[in-house]
Design a protein around this ligand. Sequence first.
Ligand SMILES: [Ca+2]
Length: 182
Amino acid sequence: MKQLLAVTLAMLLCLPLLACAEEVTAVSASAVEPEAKGLRISEIMASNTETLEDSFGNTADWIELHNTTDHPIDMTGMFLSDSKKDLERYQFPDGLVIEPDAYLIIFASGLKKNVADELHTPFKLKADGETIYLMQDGLSVDIVTYPKQMSDIAYALDEEGMYSFTSTPTPGEANEITPVED
Ligand SMILES: [Ca+2]
């Protein structure tokens, strides 16, 4: 009887500890989410020959971001990269804000600096496919790995949250998925 009591007591004592441990785990899990969660890499074009021109008249590769949240997102301290070994290849300008449901275009032109109001990353997008990382404080906000791309065909997020090829590129606007004909 004494033994049973001891076991019961031990269990009773452990219960709050277990509950406590669970709570701590939950808190730390949510704490590792980046502040900019909900900012998506919504569309890319890795082989742009006539879809969109930058201010130089060049048809550089481009990346579109979409703020899918209902609050503005401050891009200060955020990065884009195409290399897992260097996740901070391109840093967004301090104080740049993307409003709710707004889009932002970044030219992956290979230029070393932004030009006026235009954003340019020092890397280009490989048409054969690669991975793009959107980072904040060492945490991934969004990552897209894309396959081999076709000229002037965009790779865009559809309404189900899946990426599809589309022959209707929409840089800076809501995506439109038009299946590519063979
Ligand atoms: Ca778009």
